[in-house]
Design a protein. Structure first.
Ligand code: OKP
Ligand code: ZN
Length: 346
């Protein structure tokens, strides 16, 4: 299987996030991708290459122009105000209740306007990494269009929480959504996105919520008890002509092992089969792992091989796009277990 990776992912390194009320070193860090790349090299059945060059235009396929412009200028506006000692981070948010939704002129106002949490800080070189992650996903989509059966875009930072004009959950630009849109524009009439990150892919859901040409299916921790808290419930089925093309399969924290996960995956795959997808994008989050430090499912490496095998039985051109996963020591081997399971049925 071809893997698309670039060292530009290192250009995005955020110092802190706020967990349980205190600054904590950020779980989403460059070493995550290092570990995956390591395991990929050890396996031997992959070819790793650099992404092709794309401009920023594809960002506009799924994000608003003002949001993309904000991402590009946020650091320089922040640095002009505060210097370069701290990462640019919001402290103030536009609640959907009682506050006005106007775009502020000031950088602190803008950071909050375009964020839904405090986990997506911006550094001097973040935008380059964000742009390169999108290029990895687009290069993967092009491989499928050119006849490759599968590819793995080793993207970092991740993307599935990024909505048309919102960053959050370590995500800025929605790599998987842009890859799906690229597949649509290049002749794949129906594209399914299956998000198996532990956290609901709220950004991807929002982007395609009113569309019937891109099916979004997500298996994740019940938002009543877990991030992103305010979206990802099973009564969110899509709107307008998108009605019926969004499927959320929330599962309980703590006790979700294969006995609960397996049936949810079967339901997801059945939905994708019934849709009649021409291509499949997997938002491959590996934080469903039993030892993940910030998540609460109980999957193990054997389960990951089985997930890969079952995805392979769909027999579709498949692009894997890397999302979350924070148990750094095992992250690479778990990721490779999914991809290896998939390759065995090809
Ligand atoms: C990004 B991805 C739990 C805090 C969760 C944010 C998690 C972002 C996950 N107490 N913080 O989907 O893996
Ligand atoms: Zn996650």
């Amino acid at each position: 299987m071809k893997v698309i990776y670039t060292d530009k992912q290192r250009l995005h390194r955020v110092k802190y996030e706020f967990l349980s009320g205190e600054p904590t070193p950020c779980f989403e860090k460059p070493e995550r991708a290092d570990m995956v790349l390591n395991a990929i090299h050890q396996h031997g059945g992959f070819t790793v290459s650099e992404p092709a060059v794309f401009g920023i235009e594809p960002m506009h396929w799924v994000h608003t122009p003002d949001y993309v412009a904000f991402l590009q200028s946020a650091w320089s506006e922040w640095e002009a105000r505060y210097g370069d000692e701290h990462d640019a981070s919001p402290y103030c948010f536009v609640s959907p209740r009682h506050l006005r939704h106007r775009i502020p002129k000031d950088i602190e106002g803008k950071l909050g306007y375009y964020s839904f949490d405090m986990t997506a800080a911006i550094t001097k070189t973040s935008f380059e990494a964000i742009h390169a992650a999108m290029e990895c996903a687009l290069t993967g989509a092009d491989l499928l269009v050119n006849g490759e059966k599968a590819a793995f875009a080793l993207c970092r930072p991740p993307g599935h929480h990024a909505a048309p004009d919102l960053m959050g959950g370590y995500c800025y630009i929605n790599n998987a959504a842009i890859a799906a849109e690229s597949l649509r524009r290049q002749g794949k009439d129906k594209v399914a996105i299956l998000d198996i990150d532990y956290h609901h892919g709220n950004g991807t859901q929002s982007i395609f919520y009113e569309r019937d040409d891109v099916l979004f299916v997500s298996i994740h921790g019940d938002p009543d008890y877990d991030y992103p808290h305010y979206i990802g419930f099973d009564d969110e089925i899509g709107e307008g002509k998108g009605e019926g093309f969004n499927l959320n399969l929330p599962l309980p924290q703590g006790k979700t092992d294969w006995s609960l996960y397996g049936p949810a995956l079967a339901t997801a795959l059945e939905k994708i089969r019934a849709f009649g997808a021409d291509a499949l994008v997997i938002s491959l989050g590996m934080d469903t792992y039993e030892h993940d430090p910030i998540s609460f499912f109980k999957l193990n490496r054997t389960d990951y091989a089985e997930i890969g095998r079952q995805l392979g039985t769909l027999d579709l051109p498949t692009l894997f796009v890397f999302e979350g996963g924070y148990a750094v020591d095992d992250l690479g081997y778990n990721t490779v277990a999914v991809l290896d399971g998939f390759m065995r049925v090809q």
